[in-house]
Design a protein around this ligand. Structure first.
Ligand code: GDG
Length: 486
């Protein structure tokens, strides 16, 4: 008996021992198997900073299996998944070996793919051993998932860490429908060409039946790349043939559970954290930023823009406070350490320049805050400052809109380079590289009358309520479950 078949039997036994009731619910219709790099433990839901986990946690339904990395590092990458079922959702996780992790995660995924797909080719660090580890981990994911699969499962793979997993599944003989969704932006051919294994990665993605993107721009970039690198000819419905399979390229922007978030913000407003923030502010207006500490989020530029506001519009001195929550992430990657030092310096410069003995204009914290506290902070903020240099979607923009008091809403300032800007056109749309433009938008937001605030917010809320996390899932799965003719 070969190792894969042995693993299959052992894993099946483990699954049956763990959850007979889940099996009952999985027997009805095709099951969705979600695959993402990181699977939060069921108890950890909502506690982490990160858009993918938040969006998926909002949309996962009874009977789904969620497969991926446990978050634990082990001496070796595991070949058999650990299974646990909570509220009808089966969480299947593997540990990643210490050495694989460093090269796969810090190395190729976050040292090469992340900067490149955020249009920062100057930050890209490529090495062949990193890429080999990436391939190894994608292979390990495929091998550990294989024994858990049923013939009619719909497999839905998420994000840039797993670009070659579908190809590995196909090589292992998996014939199921496979979908892939890219949460981050996609670059045009001239940029992708910088990456040595570009064609291999595109070929990996193109072994899927459906490939989805956040914006029309990303979708077009991907189609241009497959034309240039794989020499395929997409038709007018964004379908192309590759290795005897039809690939459909779709647009399914991600969202949040807006109504649930509104309720969370209403409740949070009355809790200890929101009250403490409120007391500390007095009657000052709050400008709020909430981001993972990441160079794609444009934090140094945002700090500078706030400095420009205080310099160019001194009427706001002492009347405004800027709170930036920048939860630390990927601290083992050098460019993130550099960013942190840079922000410390700029925050010090601004506070040194403008503070008074009883007023500090900029508050900046790098430890994560509880999700319900964040919801309450959004509701208190007169201005939501969302100015990434490049972002797949940006859920913070949508959360900020959902959290507002409709009778007295705040104003969203949004970077034109966030995917969310395609939808949320009633925000104040800015170029985050232009500190003066962002400062002017802040001034406009801080002085905007109630009726304009209400009319902008009303339109934004309609959109955020329409493009929910659930709609995102339903739309993608509708494409994935519908076989296209070859
Ligand atoms: C990727 C793409 C795309 C932030 N700080 C804390 C905290 N957060 C939460 C926010 C929000 C989430 O993390 C961040 O989501 P984003 O969408 O803004 O950004 P990424 O993490 O970069 O997500 C992005 C997303 O995937 C989904 O497709 O939109 O473009 O880059 O929910 O509220 N949550 C908690 N504490 C914090 O300190 N609890």
């Amino acid at each position: 008996m070969n190792q894969v078949v042995m693993n299959a039997r052992m894993a099946r036994n483990k699954l049956v021992d763990g959850s007979a009731s889940t099996f009952a619910s999985l027997n009805v219709g095709p099951r969705t198997v979600i695959v993402s790099n990181r699977v939060p433990s069921p108890n950890e839901k909502g506690a982490t900073a990160g858009g993918l986990a938040v969006a998926l946690a909002d949309s996962i339904t009874d009977g789904t299996m969620w497969f991926g990395w446990s978050g634990k590092r082990a001496p070796e990458t595991s070949s058999i998944a650990d299974m646990v079922t909570v509220d009808g959702v089966t969480y299947a996780t593997i540990d990643i070996g210490e050495r694989d992790y460093t090269r796969f995660y810090n190395g190729f995924a976050n040292g090469a793919l992340w900067p490149l797909f955020h249009f920062r080719s100057g930050l890209l660090l490529y090495s062949r051993p990193d890429y080999e580890a990436y391939r190894t981990v994608n292979r390990a994911f495929a091998e550990a998932l294989l024994p858990l699969l049923k013939p009619d499962d719909l497999i839905w793979i998420h994000d840039y860490q797993l670009l070659t997993m579908a190809a590995e599944l196909r090589e292992l003989g998996v014939q199921n429908r496979i979908g892939f969704f890219m949460h981050i932006p996609f670059v045009p051919p001239a940029l992708l060409a910088v990456l040595p294994p570009a064609a291999e990665l595109l070929a990996g993605m193109s072994t899927c039946d459906v490939v989805g993107f956040q914006t029309e721009g990303d979708r077009i970039n991907f189609l241009e790349c497959v034309k240039a690198f794989l020499h395929v000819k997409p038709d007018n419905s964004a379908r192309f043939a590759f290795r005897e399979r039809q690939v459909k390229v779709v647009l399914t922007p991600i969202g949040i559970d807006a109504d649930k978030f509104t309720e969370l913000a209403e409740r949070a407003e009355l809790t200890g954290d929101a009250k403490r923030l409120n007391e500390s502010l007095g009657d000052r207006a709050l400008v709020l930023g909430v981001d993972r500490l990441d160079y794609s989020k444009g934090l140094p530029q945002r700090f500078d823009a706030f400095g420009r506001l205080l310099y160019s519009f001194p009427q706001h001195l002492r009347k405004v406070a800027f709170l930036q929550i920048a939860a630390r992430s990927r601290q083992e990657v050098g460019s993130y350490q550099t960013l942190r030092r840079e922000l410390d310096r700029r925050a010090g410069d601004i506070n040194g320049e403008f503070s008074d003995f009883d007023w500090v204009p900029l508050r900046y914290m790098t430890h994560p805050v509880k999700r319900n506290a964040i919801a309450g902070f959004y509701r208190r903020a007169r201005v939501g400052l969302v100015t990434p240099l490049r972002d797949g979607m940006n859920l913070v923009a949508k959360e900020y809109v959902a959290a507002q008091d409709q009778a007295d809403p705040g104003v969203l300032i949004l970077s034109r380079f966030a995917g969310a800007a395609d939808e949320l056109t009633e925000a104040l749309i800015v170029n985050p590289f232009d500190a003066d433009e962002v400062a002017e938008a802040m001034h406009m937001a801080l002085t905007m009358g109630l009726s304009e605030r209400k009319s902008r917010h009303e339109s934004l809320l309609l959109k955020v309520r329409h493009t929910t996390a659930l709609k995102y899932c339903e739309d993608f799965l509708a494409y994935l479950s519908k076989a296209e003719k070859v």
